[in-house]
Design a protein around this ligand. Structure first.
Ligand code: G6P
Ligand code: MG
Length: 217
């Protein structure tokens, strides 16, 4: 019984959500305002362009096209300076255990991320070879909450969407998984991710037996 297990990257496999936040925060500060952790929840899973648009809205700022492009590049440079320091030690608890189990049981394993830096990050933490399919921000035309990223991942795994399970920490990502007709597993708080089929705080709360049940259903 082969299922497709599709993982979001930022905030699920590694805690890069904190680096995105730091980079956006320093950019907002430069523009004369601040962003809160609560606001940051709304940026998770959201593309780089869309994130900057939302942030500018919060600060009541408008930018010329040129300045917009400049700030986008600046944010990414800042973010990449954090990424450069990463190694396998940043893989979140029990992710390796889960991935090993899925490999042993010959499940499909894919990445479904909005990030254009996803491949780079997987290489940094030594997980690049673990994924049979990698679909990221370079491969899609419609961002989450559109289901495109997960539908392409299912296709690349040679599975149908109803045989896929998505792990997501973002509101937009859970919405996208649901729209794809997949089982959605929220990683985070019940308050934020109440629309997921299941919610766990992190992978240490996910028992092997639960994964086994997903495989056999
Ligand atoms: C993920 C993160 C977002 C980020 C997006 C684009 O979905 O959760 O916070 O904005 O990827 O990432 P990128 O690395 O391409 O800027
Ligand atoms: Mg995420």
């Amino acid at each position: 019984n082969k299922k497709g297990f599709i993982f979001d990257l930022d905030g699920v496999i590694v805690d890069t959500a904190k680096y995105h936040y730091l980079s956006w925060k320093s950019l907002a500060n430069e523009l004369g305002f601040d962003i809160t952790l609560e606001q940051n929840e709304q940026l998770k899973g959201v593309s780089r362009v869309r994130s900057l648009e939302i942030i500018l809205g919060w600060g009541n700022k408008t930018l010329t096209e040129e300045a917009f492009a400049k700030y986008m590049a600046e944010k990414n440079d800042n973010y990449l300076s954090h990424i450069a320091q990463m190694d396998a030690g940043e893989i979140l608890p029990d992710i390796p255990k889960t991935l090993n189990y899925l490999q042993e049981t010959q499940q499909g394993i894919a990445l479904g991320s909005a990030s254009k830096n996803a491949r780079k990050i997987l290489q940094k933490v030594n997980l690049y070879e673990t994924f049979q399919a990698i679909v990221d921000g370079n491969d899609v035309s419609k961002a989450k909450p559109d289901p495109e990223v997960f539908l392409i991942a299912a296709q690349q795994l040679n599975t149908v969407p109803t045989d896929c399970i998505v792990f997501e920490d973002s509101v937009a990502g859970v919405t996208a998984a649901n729209a794809a007709g997949m089982i959605s597993i929220g990683i985070g708080s019940d308050e934020t991710l109440g629309h997921a089929d299941y919610v766990f705080n992190d992978f240490t709360e996910i028992q092997t037996r639960f994964i086994e049940e997903l495989i056999n259903r």
